[in-house]
Design a protein around this ligand. Sequence first.
Ligand code: ADP
Length: 172
Amino acid sequence: MTTAPLTLVRGSITDQSVDAIVNAANSSLLGGGGVDGAIHRNGGPEILAECRALRAARYGRGLPTGQAVATTAGRLDARWVIHTVGPVYEVSTGGDHTLLASCYRESLRVADELGARTVAFPAISTGAYGWPMEDAARIAVETVRNTETAVTEVRFVLFDERAYAAFAGQLH
Ligand code: ADP
């Protein structure tokens, strides 16, 4: 095991051809907006069906923040979706960066369990959950650089120029 090379692309995570696509889910696992909405819209009903089954079997109270769990990727060009729940950032108190780091670490752990070699990540927590982009990019890149994995490509998929620039700024 070693650490995974990082790549950056600007675009939608649902357009990626990789072994596993990471979803910035919420703990209900039953869908939402942003990345979550795009994944369910483009991936089709199979993903939601598996999420419902996971809720019924293992996560009756929802997937805890910072953890990760895999389902089928439905019609997406991937084998799996790895759902992870980012922490919410509060303007007054900030957010728990250990939980944001945990999202990346746990998603890579699940990827290794599955045998996924290429993994696409969105900028977790930087949308509805309000995490400042520069800080989220730093935590994402540092965590992936410090996590041992058999994954051979971690691709950060950034939706807009601002997000892309924030991640690019962390790579050198
Ligand atoms: P969270 O609830 O964890 O904040 P969001 O999905 O609201 O997650 O947003 C996370 C980041 O993903 C934001 O920077 C948002 O602009 C971006 N984003 C939204 N849709 C997509 C998409 N289809 N592909 C990649 N990134 C996306």
